[in-house]
Design a binder for this molecule. Structure first.
Ligand code: NAG
Ligand code: NAG
Ligand code: NAG
Ligand code: NAG
Ligand code: NAG
Ligand code: NAG
Ligand code: NAG
Length: 437
């Protein structure tokens, strides 16, 4: 009995403690790279490499993935379909009159752009490196390419296939693990009546961590309501402080300088934002708009304050206890996310294709908005204590900075401060005691 108790306590602790890169809203989030050895042919072999974005609400935006790995020996890539190596490298050891596509020890492979020459294409290729989240577009969350590789010459083993190492997705924030061999992938043939399979299949799992991507937030939240005229702005310096050494921004009465647009494979440019107290490229505004007898209405506006980026395939994840009673969402797509089954307090919003799935650069059209109707559930609903405001918001998977709860717009004459004060006094006393000790 005792051991069982201790063990279950131990597992409980493990499941509560956050592990590396772990997101409780999407506990299995990963990008998987699958390496299918398709055929061996004397001195060369063919591989099909696939990338799958198994994340509910994080996507790979322009400039896209740049997959790299380290060959164990002196392999070289003769040819690639559906992607290309950024550098050919030093191929001087090949004397046959034809040079390989890439002889780098650490090749960097990028996707082809849409509309690539037909003879260079491959199934599911050519999306400029963009992978949408699994939720948003079932046709765009994967990518694949095929390559023909010159086998390594290793004395003891002869000419063999050896799995390369050190995979890297080339996208900020992701770390990939070591390849591990899995059961061979099966491919449907003859209208699914027959299946063929790879000779060997290896998986590599890559995981995202916001802390690895950037320490500074990229988004903040402001709040307002129909029952109180105060607008609670984003917290001061949420993302940066105006005027702090080296920060650049565009004053509200100025137009931004003419900027050179980034080229397809360039790194993402540093944000250039509209000057504000928070300096965030993205601001989310939550407005409690109206109260009806059985429903209440919320308006959400996402504003792009960045002059150098259009956010394609953006998404917003919101945590609010009343989301379990969402009745209608206007002009956005909505999907409840509930990894733990019973609790429906989290949902994901994203744009409607060709209508508002692109959040344009800062300016008059640089915003998207929705309204939603929520059913008042008498057991939980209240306008008091800031209950009608979100608990947590993230934009494109990165958490937004929220105003502190004690600043939320208050109902006129609410008992708010009365209930809060004893708690504060108690806390200060506690602090004092700790300090004295
Ligand atoms: C390997 O990745 C594929 C997707 O690419 C997935 O279907 C399969 O389940 C993975 N295998 C393991 C053992 O994780
Ligand atoms: C990656 O995500 C998929 C889909 O959620 C999941 O089935 C798979 O187990 C995950 N892989 C790992 C190694 O967590
Ligand atoms: C290219 O590789 C060969 C050996 O394969 C080496 O002798 C030569 O120095 C290399 N050239 C450069 C410019 O690195
Ligand atoms: C954003 O999209 C608009 C309209 O398609 C385009 O005119 C603009 O140059 C784009 N801006 C950036 C930074 O890519
Ligand atoms: C609650 O979650 C279930 C299961 O995911 C879903 O079918 C249902 O639509 C959700 N309800 C609301 C109001 O989001
Ligand atoms: C709100 O959702 C909960 C859980 O799904 C349900 O039990 C409750 O009846 C709903 N309330 C209203 C007013 O629809
Ligand atoms: C509106 O909310 C603010 C911030 O919580 C509060 O200071 C103010 O007293 C409220 N206004 C009214 C009329 O209650």
């Amino acid at each position: 009995m005792g051991i069982v108790f201790i063990l279950s306590f131990f597992f409980l602790m493990i499941s509560i403690l956050p592990s590396y890169g772990y997101d409780p809203l999407d506990p299995h989030a990963n990008i998987t790279i699958t390496w299918d050895l398709m055929l061996e042919n004397g001195a060369t072999y063919d591989v099909k490499v696939s990338l799958y974005n198994f994340q509910l609400f994080r996507h790979v935006d322009r400039p896209g993935w740049k997959l790299s790995w380290t060959w164990i020996s002196d392999e070289a890539i003769w040819d690639v379909w559906g992607a290309e190596a950024t550098e050919q490298g030093n191929c001087s050891r090949f004397k046959g009159g034809v040079l390989p596509h890439c002889c780098e020890k650490q090749p960097v492979i990028v996707d082809l752009m849409p509309g690539a020459p037909y003879n260079k294409q491959f199934n599911n290729c050519c999306k400029g490196g963009v992978l949408t989240s699994m939720t948003q577009d079932q046709t765009m969350y994967g990518a694949a390419f095929r390559m023909n590789v010159n086998k390594a010459t290793i004395k003891n083993t002869g000419n063999n296939f050896i799995m390369p190492l050190n995979f890297n997705l080339g996208v900020l924030g992701y770390t990939c693990g070591d390849p591990f061999q899995v059961p061979p992938t099966k491919f449907k043939a003859d209208g699914s009546r027959r299946s063929t399979q790879a000779l060997q299949t290896w998986n590599v799992t890559c995981i995202y961590s916001q802390f690895q991507a950037s320490l500074t937030p990229k988004c903040c939240v402001s709040l307002s309501s129909f029952y109180n005229s105060t607008i609670i702005p984003c917290p001061q310096c949420s993302c940066n402080c105006e005027g702090l050494g080296g920060t650049k921004c565009v004053k509200s009465d100025k137009t931004p300088p003419l900027l050179e647009l980034p080229h397809a494979n360039d790194e993402e440019p540093q944000p250039l934002v509209r000057c504000s107290n928070h300096m965030c490229p993205i601001k989310v505004h939550w407005h409690v708009k109206e109260s009806y007898r059985e429903y209440w209405r919320v308006k959400i506006t996402i504003t792009n304050l960045n002059f150098v980026k259009n956010y394609s395939q953006w998404n917003l994840v919101v945590l609010h206890p009343n989301l379990r009673n969402v009745t209608q969402v206007f002009s956005f797509n909505y999907l409840p996310l509930n990894p733990y089954g019973s609790i429906n307090d989290t949902g994901m919003f994203w744009g409607i294709k060709y209508y508002n799935d692109m959040l344009l650069q800062s300016g008059p059209s640089g915003n998207v908005q929705t309204e939603m109707l929520l059913n008042k559930d008498p057991s939980i609903f209240t306008f008091r204590e800031g209950w009608s405001f979100p608990r947590k918001i993230s934009f494109n998977g990165d958490e937004c900075v929220m105003p502190p709860p004690d600043e939320y717009p208050r109902l006129p004459n609410s008992g708010h401060s009365v209930t809060e004060k004893p708690c504060l006094i108690f806390f200060s006393l506690f602090l004092l005691i700790v300090l004295v000790l």
